[in-house]
Design a protein around this ligand. Structure first.
Ligand code: G3D
Ligand code: MG
Length: 224
């Protein structure tokens, strides 16, 4: 069943889906921006929208499923052709809620792109280590991300997925060079990018990927 989505944005630009939120979060988010000071001043809680991008069949949905495991909220946003899930975790004692958006199917029309990306703080840009063209296409995905999220250049973790398979077509050095070149371009915007080789099959580096990008985003936007 589709629920009608009602979007609202705080001044920090985070997209909140009020109707999909549990009541407690709903109330909290009405009052708060991304950073919520708790009674214990050391601790904060963050809501971070992340998008999973990359060509079809690179493993976006598998990575999301592996990371989320049990007990997550999930909605299918048919009008956007996207799946939406929330995961709560802790980074350095801070409470983090990841809103994870995943393109459902391969139909991803231009007219909905800005809504899919809008308000996200970062992305996991995924390619398949066994299909070189999915690596080559990353630049196009990144352009699209930058153009549509509303904030311009934002941090990305590049994931070379399917590291468990034997027929690897992209080396670690090439990925490192790609990210190095990207960092040279995004540095002037104060944005750093990362990379990891992952396997949604074995689970290697999946949690780490979310931790790295989450950690970086928290530190970066905390100071703003
Ligand atoms: P997408 O969401 O990016 O389109 P999917 O990709 O998550 O649907 O994955 C596409 C196929 O790749 C699936 O195979 C999935 O099981 C497989 N896959 C995803 N990640 C990995 C990985 O790390 N290692 C291996 N070996 N396979 C992976 P099927 O056959 O189900 O279509
Ligand atoms: Mg998918």
């Amino acid at each position: 069943m589709q629920k009608k989505q009602k979007e609202s944005e705080t001044k920090k630009g985070i997209t909140l889906f009020q109707e999909n939120m549990p009541k407690s979060s709903k109330e909290v988010n009405k009052r708060k921006n991304m950073v919520e000071k708790k009674t214990d001043k050391e601790k904060k809680s963050f809501m971070i929208k992340l998008v999973l991008i990359g060509d079809g069949a690179v493993g976006k949905t598998s990575i999301r499923r592996k990371y989320l495991g049990e007990g997550f909220v999930k909605e299918h946003l048919a009008t956007l052709g996207a799946d939406f899930a929330v995961k709560e975790t802790t980074i350095d004692g801070d409470s983090i809620k990841f809103q994870i958006w995943d393109i459902a199917g391969q139909e991803f029309f231009k007219r909905v792109r800005s809504r899919f990306y809008r308000g996200c703080f970062g992305a996991l840009a995924i390619f398949d280590l066994t299909r070189r063209e999915t690596f080559t296409n990353l630049s196009t995905w990144l352009e699209e991300l930058y153009q549509n999220n509303g904030r311009g250049v934002i941090p990305v973790i590049i994931l070379g997925n399917k590291s468990d398979l034997p027929n690897q077509e992209v080396s670690e050095e090439e990925i490192a060079k790609f990210v190095d070149d990207l960092n040279k371009k995004t540095k002037e915007k104060g944005v750093e990018n990362f990379f990891l080789k992952t396997s949604a099959k074995t689970g290697v580096n999946i949690d780490k990927a979310f931790a790295i990008i989450g950690n970086y985003i928290v530190k970066k936007f905390e100071d703003e």
